[in-house]
Ligand binder design. Sequence first.
Ligand code: NAD
Length: 485
Amino acid sequence: MIKIANYINGSLAAPLAGSYIDNFEPATGKVYAQVPDSDTNDVALAVDAATHAFPTWSGLTASARSDVLLRIADGIESQLDEFARAECVDNGKPLGLALSVEIPRAVKNFRFFASAVLHSRSELYEGEGTGLNYILRRPRGVVGLISPWNLPLYLLSWKVAPAIAVGNTAIAKPSEVTPMTAHMLAQVCIDAGLPPGVLNILHGQGAKVGQAMTEHPGITTISFTGGTVTGAQVAKTAAPLFKKVSLELGGKNANVIFADANMNQAVEGSVRAAFANQGQICICGSRIFVERSAYDDFVSAFVSKAKALRVGDPLEKETDQGALVSKAQLEKVSRYVELAKEEGGQIVCGGSTPPTISERCKDGYFFEPTLVTGLSAECRVNQEEIFGPVATITPFDAEDEAVADINSTKYGLSASIWTRDLDRAHRLAGNIDAGTVWVNCWLVRDLRVPFGGMKQSGVGREGGDEALRFFTEPKNVCLQVATKS
Ligand code: NAD
């Protein structure tokens, strides 16, 4: 049985109370590791370490910090296969996805911010009189980084890299459901020569260790990615402590297809958007709206592609759809499919757990890629985040109607528009409530652009300069200069 450790002050450490929680392999439903059940005492220890490390780390040149980040990136890359396999076992995602997208993206996150801090700039305002105003951006101190289970190392490194690149020291809390690659990252950081205390990784339950981090007065800043309900709790705890908070929350994203779209591209992209990572990506396109004249053809092409997706053992190369992350997630998805039927929907493909995949996976948390038609945009299935392999398709007649349907949820994370009419795409992009609008594509990511959500999908943005700004404190220096000697 693997025993996962916390990473505090440069060393791997057992939780102070000695308690652990079970970590399940989703493909088998079996416990395969023990995760520290850390508490406020572990948080206090990590905050001490991070506080102690801050003056030296923040006092290094940007290039010295950048070099360490590059070594961390190299360290992950040199173990690409091991990291990908660990992510796949821990989360249930197909190995191919972890190998080709997620672990390489974690490497890129470190390289991107290692480079970004070497090229960042600040403003200077030359006054009309004699004043020169310039802006210093200084790290904020000890920051807390809380991440979810769906893209474990990808999202954790998306926070860790900018936070420490600009000179903060950090306490990261990965999801207790998928702790393994964060545990491996700790060893990479040790091997890369990251000074003790710069990054501390605490494992455990959100309501215990995540809550304790949010409450701790020594943590100045919280960058949180997770569900909207948890985000509200984080905001509520952090507000009276005047912490700077960034919230990347849930979504219920729309995918809108016009009859003039390149249909092969639109079907292919929509299937990927609906079912990638078993539909467990915050920007998955789970609500599909299709212009009525293209509706029937689109549905039948979509169904045939969805049925061709192979649900299987995540460790096998041919698998397109692995296991859902947990039993709780499987039960939640099943409940929403039952609700879809109660709300009058027709299940046109999938809708249940698949036949037994293999002896090894007989108790795993698998669910078929599922498509529901015949639901209104207002019903619960179309309003609430399911976060699983369940998509709905609804026809529309006019552009205005599509925009109203798209904007009808409390979320505003992302949307995709498929059309050859770029005037229309531009018009719609302006009218859709979403932090990201993709046109004729989905999940194309440039790390320089702001990423985040509107409405209940979040507050603030990550990525590029936005992340560098979030993790620093701007200080205006006004210099009164004499114009005459
Ligand atoms: P979650 O909110 O249950 O947990 C997220 C993290 O918060 C975990 O590490 C958890 O332990 C911790 N946590 C739980 N309670 C806490 C508390 N009281 N205080 C502090 N931390 C606490 O979310 P999840 O189930 O792990 O992830 C799925 C959700 O994340 C979905 O809603 C998905 O849309 C969202 N998500 C959003 C983005 C984005 O960028 N907007 C990206 C990925 C996932």
